[in-house]
Design a protein around this ligand. Structure first.
Ligand code: SF4
Length: 408
């Protein structure tokens, strides 16, 4: 989304010119509303009071939208451009006669800053490969800096992903992990989407095993879950970030689902694939998280059939909205909460492993040796050890899970 805001002070002429600026931006794919990338302030200098009002407005806008860039136009800009250029957040100043140049500036800047996608894959141990299919994110979660660092969402084409998978398979690799910043966003702005890609991969049938890396809950559709359930290539392993089980916190994080919607997805997975591994991410101590709200998250996770959790203690990141929120949670409280969730995660992992005890599952054997035993992962992402026989490395073996142990 290319979002902008325009704020107008002063006379009717200013208002009509603001409307013209907005119309030209909208005609070029920009949208008024949402979290602004650009804020235009159309200023007035008719009195010193008007100048003061403009100054106060610009400083408030910058405070409320620290990631937005301010473009200032109008009479005040024409009279004191040097002064306005020094205001925090201001990237460009235009006077009154060349107001519309602000639009050209914004469009040019956008063209120069639009990130391009480049594909990449790594090969781990000749057995597994991490294949980048997507980059960037348009979600703007309030605790996250990744979308700031990585830029807008963009993806590879289905055709090129298939070509890369073929190359990876030809190199003797058996498993690919489809990765990206927001994999579920694959194909945004095109006619492609993740479901289409997965169907094409299944049809191509070039590799034995394909995993989807972390996928946002709102992007994990029932159709994708059904496809994974019926495909022998797509592994029954999901990593779905939750972050909080409390709707108020989710809303403050600017996440795009409710706890109930998240739970529905997990239950649907478990209904179709009872032995699927479902991992989630949780953040403890997000600003404003009360004891009661943490307990809500704790009990939500206690009840939910997730296999284990990646628990993160909230840390303040510069340039994020969450960094400026009041009610930051004291460090010792955050760590206590993290410890409790780690214990819960351990118990859940043990229960998940115990559920799979006695089952025979396919394991991709890796070359890593631990205590003189080879290691590998089952289809549902249980790490197993098996007798050290180098002939087994980089093969898929049927392995019966005898005894479970886990390390906290
Ligand atoms: S947390 Fe994930 S979904 Fe949210 S902005 Fe960051 S990368 Fe995007």
């Amino acid at each position: 989304m290319k979002n902008f805001e325009i704020h107008t002070l002063g006379c009717k002429l200013n208002f009509s010119e603001s409307a013209a600026i907005a119309a030209r931006l909208e005609a070029n794919g920009w949208h008024q509303g949402g979290i602004p990338e650009i804020i235009i302030v159309n200023t007035c200098a008719v009195t010193s009071a008007a100048e003061k009002k403009t100054r106060n407005l610009a400083s408030k806008l910058h405070r409320d939208n620290p990631l937005a860039s301010l473009v200032v136009v109008g009479c005040y800009s024409a009279l004191k451009p040097d002064l306005l250029e020094r205001w925090s957040g201001v990237i460009k100043v235009f006077g009154s006669s060349n107001k519309m140049s602000a639009v050209d500036f914004i469009l040019q800047r956008e063209a120069q800053s639009t990130p391009v996608f480049f594909d990449a894959y790594s090969v781990h141990d000749r057995t597994r490969s991490f294949l980048k299919i997507q980059d960037g994110c348009n979600n703007h979660c309030t605790f996250c800096t990744v979308w700031i660092a990585r830029g807008k969402s963009r993806s590879d084409s289905i055709e090129n992903v298939l070509k890369n998978i073929k190359n990876i398979a030809d190199a003797g690799v058996h498993e690919v992990n489809l990765t990206g910043v927001n994999v579920g966003d694959f194909g945004r702005g095109t006619n492609d989407n993740l479901l289409k890609l997965l169907k094409a991969i299944v049809k191509q049938n070039a590799l034995e095993r394909v995993r989807i890396s972390s996928i946002e809950p709102e992007a994990l559709s029932e159709d994708i879950i059904k496809l994974v359930a019926k495909s022998p290539i797509l592994m029954p392993h999901f990593h779905i970030p939750l972050q909080s089980g409390c709707d108020r916190i989710l809303s403050d994080m600017r996440r795009r689902y409710t706890a109930q919607e998240y739970a529905d997805k997990v239950h649907f997975i478990k209904k179709l694939m009872p032995d699927a591994c479902v991992a989630c991410d949780v953040i403890t101590g997000f600003p404003g998280e009360t004891d009661e709200e943490f307990e809500e998250t704790y009990h939500f996770l206690e009840e939910l059939p997730v296999s284990y959790m990646h628990v993160f203690t909230y840390s303040r990141r510069p340039r994020t909205h969450a960094n400026m929120m009041e009610d930051q949670v004291p460090e010792e409280v955050k760590h206590e909460r993290t410890e409790r969730l780690l214990e819960l995660s351990h118990a859940k992992k043990m229960a998940f492993y115990a559920q799979c005890e006695g089952q025979t599952r396919p394991v991709l054997v890796e070359s890593e040796v631990v205590d003189d035993q080879l290691t590998g992962f089952t289809d549902n992402y249980i790490r197993v050890t098996l007798p050290n026989d180098e002939n087994l490395v980089n093969t898929i073996q049927k392995v019966t899970i005898e005894q479970c142990r886990t390390i906290l």
